[in-house]
Design a protein around this ligand. Sequence first.
Ligand code: SAM
Ligand code: SF4
Ligand code: SF4
Length: 344
Amino acid sequence: MPVPVRDRLGRPLHTLRVSVTDRCNLRCAYCMPEDDYVWSPRKAVLTFEEVDRVVAALMPLGLRRVRLTGGEPLLRRDLPELVATLRRRLGPTADLALTTNGTRLAGVAAELAVAGLSRITVSLDTLRRERFRALARRDALPAALAGIEAARSAGLPLKLDTVLLYGVNHDEVGELLDFARDLGAELRFIEYMDVGGATRWRLEDVVPRDRILAEVSGYAAETPRPLPGRGARPAERFLLERREQVFGIVPSVTAPFCRACDRARLTAEGTLFGCLYARRGLDLRPPLRSGATVEGLGVLVAGWWRGRSDRGAEERAALPQRGALAPSEVLRLEPWLEMHHRGG
Ligand code: SAM
Ligand code: SF4
Ligand code: SF4
């Protein structure tokens, strides 16, 4: 009978991020800057039933939160069906979230809410249409804003994630804060990470946590007060008292927090990774497709998690010199290193 597992650093397996597709309809400069990519063969992509079996296998090990991501998860047809399946599997109260670029959300937000989604995070890096077009290489800001509005109308609790890049959108901190406050959404600023996919990454393009705090203080004319209780969450949260607004910073480059990381990532093809930076994972597709039971899968995953010692971002922070994790030639050979493949 499996019991909750801990890895070699004592970290539990509480969270699973499921990439439901490696496809995306945007080409964000910090994630997919290249002209062409190696895609997962469709037959290799896990069915909803297979994803459900992986989730079932992880639950006795301690799993309590699932986040659907990608690529762009809303490119996966019938996603509300997967949400309904996982809601039944997880029970009525477990956290079941979605990270999306929002561009396909308008038509499906209400359905996702009915299917049992707990909340949505929309990635939104700019409020300026031309800037969006340049950054994401698609003219899709109106669609993303319509998606955000639909999520709000559907009553889904909403977060906004913004990757800040120097010289690109670092000057929009104030506008984005106002936008999030008016919407009733929590905004999180994310440091630009040197993950697989970010082939143009340079340290000088990162807007560090302290600079973000200074920008916010200047704009809001008050000092953000740190909120306690970060737990395993990647974001540090702050309160702007006068504005009655909470916002977050994910300082994965300058102040990584691997020692609390309780997340595993499942690629669309069924490989589990213990870290955003991990080069090797546990391929669950062969056992899934050769009749392994949920219990059998659980035993495999438990053994793998117990051996986990990943601290990718902390190790990267200790490097004397830092550049992109891997050049595009390597990513073409090992596409599972890509952020859009393993799920951010
Ligand atoms: N397509 C969806 C989206 O953009 O929300 C989900 C997948 S995307 C890979 C998940 C998150 O990863 C997004 O919030 C995106 O901003 C973030 N991301 C991608 N590349 C990143 C990088 N180099 N540094 C920091 N965050 C990154
Ligand atoms: Fe942008 Fe998300 Fe697509 Fe990456 S996966 S290019 S972050 S929309
Ligand atoms: Fe977790 Fe790896 Fe990110 Fe550290 S770098 S927080 S171990 S996923």
